[in-house]
Design a protein around this ligand. Structure first.
Ligand SMILES: Cc1cc2nc3c(=O)[nH]c(=O)nc-3n(C[C@H](O)[C@H](O)[C@H](O)COP(=O)(O)OP(=O)(O)OC[C@H]3O[C@@H](n4cnc5c(N)ncnc54)[C@H](O)[C@@H]3O)c2cc1C
Length: 382
């Protein structure tokens, strides 16, 4: 971590994927940026699978999130190739496509509904039969009745992406400071931050990008705190010897519980994920490991032979309407960039561009307008 500057144009609180991306993009605009984080490996990105999946994550009524996700996905190839060019770090971005497998007739009917909805929105989604599924992914269990193919849902490796973002930021002059911080408000506006050792750092603007911890950011009036809560998730990292068994991301619902398998180019598989309202309890829950393995092995029988290398726990920053919270906080000088819930890796590209636009004197892109923090205050006070 570098020397602490007394003042910066921007202090970003939280060096997860969102904070690191915002810091990098802002420094590229010529702003003096300081990035503050107590640990560099506590973020949800460590557990995240890295699916870039607007369509496969599609839920009815979430068309605002869909538009945002599609816009971010469109920016992703440029985002990651710029990062790799600058830093030499490959991000594991792969245009691999995703197939969501049905377990029985009822699942297939549900997937057909999603396909019809997706097509109404002009998205490329096609149903595949059981036979077609086997020829796409021969390692999958026999007898699966079919699924939904989303050719444009891809993946990135969040750990590599995060490493590249920090490195790119450092190259653009972002100063990294290790510490837990709270906002310092003076004269009705955010004037900087105070680290836990008492050091104060001044800034023109503070950006709170502390993921699941943003709801408790210190120094901010209670009524302006964003409604972000931690949603615990566990992912497993496994390795099967020999060639990769899957060429696409495979998702499915097995006896009512959702599971996914994300194949990395090196043969590893990321399997996930639990979703638990358990506060900040970071302990590994055996039942969640069992359920993920059981369901994943039902889809990919060979998984029983795999080496279980790691169980990772992370906290998704959840919001009441599943949309991120991005934009002016209501306290002058404080912007929020949080609440990305299940899609923070995917949404890092658009969020970083949008926040950097605001920090350099512009306005948020239209597609981020539904994410304005004020929407939740209005709902709360209605
Ligand atoms: C199991 C799991 C699977 C997921 N899979 C996907 C996926 O496939 N695709 C996808 O797009 N998204 C996925 N996500 C979601 C994604 O990981 C998150 O939305 C994203 O990481 C949020 O990024 P963030 O930077 O806001 O928060 P984080 O990455 O959590 O980073 C927050 C940072 O803030 C720091 N911090 C906390 N308090 C303070 C403080 N007081 N001062 C300074 N710093 C502080 C923390 O140390 C941390 O480094 C997944 C998440 C989980 C848990």
């Amino acid at each position: 971590m570098g020397d602490q500057p007394e003042t910066s144009d921007v202090i970003v609180l939280g060096g997860g994927v969102i904070g690191a991306a915002v810091a990098w993009r802002s420094a590229q605009r010529g702003l003096r940026v300081t990035l503050v984080d107590p640990q560099t490996d506590a973020g949800a990105w460590r557990a995240a699978a890295g699916m870039l999946a607007p369509l496969s994550e599609l839920h009815y009524c979430e068309t605002g999130l869909l538009r945002l996700s599609l816009e971010s996905l469109e920016r992703f190839p440029g985002f990651v190739s710029e990062l790799t060019e600058l830093t030499g770090v490959a991000t594991g971005f792969r245009r691999c496509g995703t197939v969501t497998v049905g377990w029985d007739g009822a699942d297939l009917a549900g997937l057909r509904d999603v396909q019809a909805f997706a097509q109404q929105l002009g998205l490329d989604a096609s149903m595949v039969t059981g036979r077609e599924l086997r020829s796409l992914e021969p390692a999958l269990a026999t007898g699966l009745p079919g699924g939904l193919l989303a050719e444009n849902d891809h993946q990135v490796d969040p750990r590599l992406l995060h490493q590249a973002l920090l490195a790119a930021g450092a190259l653009e002059g972002v100063v990294q400071v290790r510490g837990t911080a709270e906002v310092v408000a003076r004269g009705g506006r955010a004037a900087g931050v105070r680290l836990s050792d008492g050091t104060q750092l001044g800034a023109g603007t503070v950006v709170a990008a502390m993921g699941a911890w943003t709801g408790g950011v210190g120094g901010v009036p209670r009524d302006l705190l964003p409604a972000v809560r931690p949603v615990k998730g566990q992912t497993l990292r496994l390795r099967l010897p020999g060639a990769p068994r899957l060429s696409r991301v495979v998702r499915g619902v097995v006896r009512g519980s959702a599971v996914y398998l994300v194949p990395r180019a090196d043969g590893r598989l990321v399997v996930g994920a639990s979703s638990e309202e358990a506060g900040y309890d970071a302990s590994i829950r055996a039942g969640a490991v069992y359920e993920s393995l059981r369901d994943a092995q039902t889809l990919l029988p060979e998984l029983g032979e795999a080496v279980l290398e790691e169980v990772a726990v992370g906290f998704r920053p959840g919001t009441p309407d599943n949309l991120p919270i991005v934009g002016p906080s209501g306290l002058d000088g404080l912007l929020l960039a949080s609440g990305h819930y299940r899609n923070g890796i995917l949404l890092s590209a658009i969020t970083a561009d949008g926040v950097a636009d605001v920090l350099s004197g512009g306005s948020l892109p239209d597609v981020l307008e539904p994410c304005a923090p004020g929407r939740l205050r209005q709902v709360a006070s209605a």
